[in-house]
Ligand binder design. Structure first.
Ligand code: FMN
Ligand code: SF4
Length: 689
């Protein structure tokens, strides 16, 4: 029986959306999974898990209506033929099994798709260059193209209905075809689809009407639409014509799914954007339409959600990332277990799946994408396979997650941490500029562990090999992390720099995180290419240190492109007066000058610097593991015990990998795993027509 706090009751009211009713206000907005049409069983199980977790509406990712809208290598969904209908039916069945509605975001990419896979010509409002840099242009749509597009959309809607969807989208934002028709800037047509506002909204209105006509008896029609015209400062929207457009279309669809023009703000990383950031953009929306409204804002606090509903800003709490980090978020609120919510940290690692065409993963939720292929459930885990005791050494992200999941399985767990504070790299990194929300990785796990009588935590407990063996645990798992290198070795330099010193003027991110900060002009050599180089630079600027950031990549924080934060990072560094030098590697430093070398020409230049910070590679902190391995191999102590290393101690990587590694260790202990094939492989259906 539900024991939720009555103040959250409003979140569990049913809401009518045209011909269907959502059982509560929790709405998983469309989001990619890196699975799309390529992995139907994996995506079905992933969405089904959200429904099981209490989301009343669970949507697909963007779903192509026709081969002329192909976005590979980014794995979109598709509704092109009967095979697709069959694939989507796997999802809708699982969503319906838990009393939720299934939504599909019908999509035509226009100038944002080059159709590299299908080789079809993309069409758009005019002959426009591909918007994401491919050397292709669209064909300007003539009347027959518009008729064809409407037919494709209608047919896709019919297939959606056949596949069992309850909510069918017209997708009119995010720079895809329909936004180009809406915008006065991009729509230069002089026919009935261009010019005045009524003409520019015509195609969207026709698609809403077509979709209602085709499937409106059974399916609700939703429109995804931007509340602002773009170009405003963060949180200070320029609404422009969007208000009038919304007014013209206000009562046509059954639901408005409202977002904004700037995707890097809508889906902003927590370093730059906080919870509920779209509120200012939403100020007018509910006053214009009587239809239910959903928006997003990385909502993880039930109090914020209630406030948004009660103040009349939204009817539904839309979520992509919070539903990825914790598919059971609604259920936990309903069950009065808000302290068990695993809150999204706003790192956007989940976006890498789409960017790199691989299954979505999440820093907080190691089970995402593993529901079908490994049979992992975020809230359920097999009971222990023996009465063994497990000693986990190191309480960073891997060690904490291993201890949490082993504890859930019922093992007797001893968690030893050398420092007073738990969290390892999480605690250190969360103190860097903008990263405070990352502490949630630690806090969630510590909070869970503290409630388990079978997990004992020992702080200030540096363990030598003898101490470890003396504990007598059946299983030893070493999670001692990694340390940044100070010798220049990384991607650019394979071997330690020979002219590099003096040591007192060389710093690593570990030094900066410990508070050992240089005082004079400093070169930050970022050969890591993710966030660390830029946050170190930001930290130094906060101390007034002049910084030159040097990177062998062509852009700052190049990997940040995959997490959709690269542009914001670059902007932040420019605002902070960080001098940026791209396409150069560090080759030497003598205490006064750093020598850097152009990756293209080999040309060397000298930069005066009183210090260098090397953000290059890390060394696994695995000395304890290796000593234990030798001792156990030599038969010293009880050789029946197992020894493993996890997380950065095994292979330094992103935090999500450390959490995954700890989780996998816990899942697999005392189970039989086929070493040649740990996972099931998903494949598409083929059925023409
Ligand atoms: C991994 C990922 C994939 C996304 N894919 C889509 C998509 O296919 N279609 C879409 O309209 N929005 C997509 N979005 C944007 C989300 O719908 C949402 O607007 C954004 O993430 C902000 O909501 P949140 O703060 O709840 O994450 C995606 C977001 C994420 C994190
Ligand atoms: S990867 Fe990061 S941003 Fe994405 S859902 Fe997980 S915690 Fe949130």
């Amino acid at each position: 029986m539900s024991s939720r706090d009555p103040q959250y009751d409003v979140l569990f009211e049913p809401v009518r959306i045209g011909p269907v009713t959502a059982k509560n206000r929790f709405y998983q907005v469309p989001h990619c999974t890196g699975l799309g049409w390529l992995r139907p069983r994996m995506v079905a199980a992933l969405r089904g898990m959200k429904a099981e977790g209490g989301w009343a509406v669970v949507c697909t990712e963007y779903c192509s209506i026709h081969p002329a809208s192909d976005d590979l290598p980014h794995p979109y969904a598709s509704l092109w033929d009967r095979g697709d209908v069959k694939a989507h039916a796997l999802m809708t069945e699982q969503v319906h099994a838990h009393g939720a509605l299934a939504g599909v975001e019908l999509w035509y990419g226009g100038a944002r798709t080059a159709n590299l896979f299908t080789n079809e010509v993309a069409v758009d409002v005019s002959s426009r260059p591909n918007a994401i840099g491919a050397p292709y242009q669209t064909r300007r749509m003539d009347k027959s193209d518009i008729r064809e597009l409407r037919r494709w959309h209608r047919n896709a809607a019919l297939r959606a209905k056949e596949a069992g969807f309850d909510v069918v989208y017209v997708y009119a934002t995010h720079g895809y075809l329909l936004s180009n028709f809406l915008s006065a800037r991009t729509n230069t047509r002089t026919d009935q689809y261009g010019g005045c506002l009524e003409n520019r909204v015509r195609l969207v209105r026709e698609l809403i009407e077509d979709t209602k006509d085709a499937v409106g008896d059974k399916c609700a029609v939703a429109v995804r639409f931007a509340a602002d015209a773009g170009g405003g400062a963060d949180g200070d929207p320029v609404i422009g014509e969007q208000r009038e457009m919304l007014a013209l279309l206000a009562e046509y669809p059954d639901l408005w799914d409202i977002n904004i023009k700037d995707y890097s703000y809508e889906m902003g990383v927590s370093r730059f954007v906080k919870e509920g950031a779209l509120e200012a953009y939403m100020s007018y929306v509910k006053s214009i339409t009587t239809k239910p409204v959903v928006t997003v804002g990385r909502f993880t606090s039930p109090d914020t959600m209630v406030s948004q509903v009660k103040r009349g800003i939204v009817d539904f709490i839309g979520a992509a990332r919070p539903s990825i980090a914790d598919p059971f978020l609604p259920k936990k609120i309903e069950d009065g277990r808000t302290e068990d919510i695993c809150e999204c940290i706003g790192c956007n690692v989940c976006y890498i799946g789409d960017s790199k065409s691989v299954p979505i993963r999440c820093t907080q939720n190691p089970t995402i994408s593993e529901e079908w292929r490994r049979g992992w459930h975020p809230e359920k885990i097999a009971p222990k396979g023996s009465d063994s005791t497990v000693l986990v050494i190191g309480a960073g992200p891997a060690g904490l997650e291993a201890a949490r999941a082993l504890g859930r399985r019922g093992y007797q767990v001893l968690l030893a941490e050398a420092e007073r504070r738990l969290g390892g790299r999480i605690t250190r990194e969360a103190a860097l500029p903008g990263l405070s929300e990352w502490a949630r990785v630690r806090d969630y796990r510590v909070q869970q562990i503290q409630a388990m009588a079978n997990v004992e935590t020992y702080r200030d407990s540096t363990m030598e090999a003898n101490d470890v063996l003396d504990v007598g645990a059946d299983h030893i798992v070493v999670a001692t992390g990694a340390r940044w290198r100070a010798d220049g070795v990384g991607r650019f330099n394979d071997t330690p720099l020979t002219e590099f010193g003096p040591p007192a003027q060389i710093f690593t991110p570990d030094d900066i995180m410990k508070g050992r900060v240089p005082e004079g002009a400093t070169v930050v050599f970022d050969d890591d290419h993710y966030y660390m180089g830029s946050v170190v630079a930001e930290r130094l600027r906060a101390e007034g240190v002049p910084v030159t950031l040097v990177t062998p990549e062509n852009t700052v924080s190049a990997w940040g492109e995959y997490t959709y934060e690269q542009v914001r990072i670059h902007r932040r560094l420019l605002e902070l007066d960080v001098h940026i030098i791209t396409a150069h590697g560090l080759t030497a430093y003598d205490g006064r000058n750093a020598l850097i070398c152009c990756i293209y020409t080999g040309h060397v230049q000298s930069i005066a610097a009183e210090a260098v910070v090397t953000v290059t590679a890390r060394n696994p902190d695995d000395a304890l593991y290796r000593t234990l391995e030798r001792r156990i191999d030599a038969g010293i102590g009880d050789t029946s015990r197992s020894l493993a290393r996890i997380g950065d101690c095994e292979a330094p990587a992103i935090i999500a990998s450390a959490v995954f590694s700890g989780h996998r260790y816990a899942r697999e202990l005392d189970t039989v795993v086929n070493p040649d094939n740990r996972i099931k492989y998903d494949r598409v259906f083929f059925e023409g027509g």
